[in-house]
Write a protein that binds this ligand. Structure first.
Ligand code: ADP
Length: 391
């Protein structure tokens, strides 16, 4: 389509005239050359300027557009209500804003745009109108929408798996264990000692499988049963976890020292699960000759010091859980956050290898980081970074 803007000197904007200075033509050529849609309106929403890209995309003519009050014809009907609200709120307040919507082409095709709108001011500093810039983000937006849909489908699969796991897989396990019990009670002394040993081992294996299924369920629910972020008092949550671990603390004669912890935006049940897994490990992997001591401290990291790829420029809290336990060889640090990866034998320390994978998933959902430092025989440190505020 031929742009009305480029067709004549007169049709080049609200203040255009045959005597326009060459510099203005230069500016105009420059603005027409960019593939970004540009528009300028006055305070009453009347269009005062637009570039070639804008007209080419909307298929409207110079006459259609110049000095006309904005009517929203070029906005996809499904996005119109939200756009109207955003425009009217910000136009009234005279504030800058940005938003995403589908820009409708004259032939019915629509493209996703990210529009940045800034107020501009007259010489006396009074608010004169707005300048809008529309960048085509269709490909990125469609990729995100597709990824979200795939995520929703995956979550559905996970939920289905969780349902099957909790019902269908637990049921045969219950049967195995109750038939074992039945043999022992019905046949009592008639059961040869070796058979009794086999039954007990079968029972233990079934119990382990039950724990594994429960852990897998917890792992799958991190993403399928999400609750909104609310203000979470970490102090309060850690106290709850310590009280849940009372028996283990008594058995191991362990101690947990906690510094003052902040309030963060988070999912409280997931934060509790996270701290439970880490403190539980600190107590479990203790040295035989020394009762476990876990120290929990926190510090705030300034936004400018943050290297988090997900969450740049957001203030974070760093939580440090250090223990005096058996430690591990630090070359395996990445491995321990993967499901089913264990560095210590099952005969020595019970476990399924899912606890830290759950922690990692929870941290990722909160857009944080988790890592650990350790050396064998010298204790471990688990370092968690979480945003203080979530968007
Ligand atoms: P689990 O404890 O069920 O094996 P986790 O996922 O919680 O599973 O931990 C993975 C592995 O990381 C553990 O098997 C253990 O080898 C190591 N580990 C975790 N926490 C500690 C710790 N505090 N001290 C020493 N090793 C640890």
């Amino acid at each position: 389509m031929k742009s009305p803007l480029s067709s004549s000197k007169e049709k080049s904007g609200a203040n255009s005239s045959a005597n326009e200075a060459p510099l203005q033509y230069l500016y105009r050529s420059f603005l027409d050359a960019v593939s970004v849609g540009l528009w300028v309106s006055d305070n009453n929403g009347r269009v005062k300027f637009f570039n070639k890209s804008w007209l080419e995309f909307t298929g409207r003519t110079f006459e259609d557009e110049i000095n006309h009050e904005w009517d929203g014809k070029e906005i996809h009907p499904e996005d119109l209500a939200s756009c109207l609200e955003i425009y009217s709120n910000n136009f009234k307040a005279g504030t800058q804003f940005d938003h995403e919507y589908r820009l409708l082409r004259y032939d019915g095709e629509s493209r996703w745009v990210h529009e940045f709108v800034n107020p501009y001011f007259a010489e006396d500093n009074s608010h004169a109108g707005f300048v809008g810039t529309c960048i085509d983000i269709t490909e990125r937006k469609e990729a995100i929408l597709l990824a979200n849909q795939q995520l929703r489908e995956k979550n559905k699969d996970l939920q289905q798996f969780a349902y099957v796991a909790s019902h269908d897989l637990q049921e045969p396990l219950r049967k195995i264990q109750s038939f074992g019990e039945l043999i022992k009670t019905r046949f009592g002394d008639d059961v040869p000692l070796q058979a009794l040993d086999y039954i007990n081992r079968m029972d233990k294996a079934a119990s382990r499988m039950r724990v594994l299924i429960d852990d897998l369920l917890t792992f799958s629910r991190v993403s399928s049963r999400i609750k909104p972020f609310v203000k979470v008092e970490l102090d309060k949550e850690v106290k709850g976890v310590i009280s849940d671990l009372e028996v283990l603390l008594k058995d191991t004669q362990g101690k947990v020292n906690v510094d003052k912890l902040p309030v963060i935006d988070a999912d409280p049940s997931q934060i509790r699960q996270l701290m439970l897994n880490i403190i539980n490990n600190g107590l479990k992997y203790h040295r035989k000759d020394e009762p476990p001591v876990i120290n929990i401290s926190s510090r705030t990291i300034k936004a400018s010091d943050i290297t988090n790829p997900h969450h740049k420029q957001v203030e974070m809290v760093e939580l440090n859980f250090s223990d005096n336990g058996i430690g591990f060889n630090e070359i395996y640090v990445d491995r321990i956050f993967e499901p089913f990866q264990r560095l210590h034998g099952r005969n020595e320390y019970e476990g399924t290898g899912i606890g830290l994978a759950i922690c990692k998933k929870i941290i990722e959902r909160h857009k944080g980081n988790i890592t650990a430092k350790s050396s064998e025989g010298k204790g471990s440190e688990f370092i968690l970074q979480l945003p203080l505020r979530q968007n």
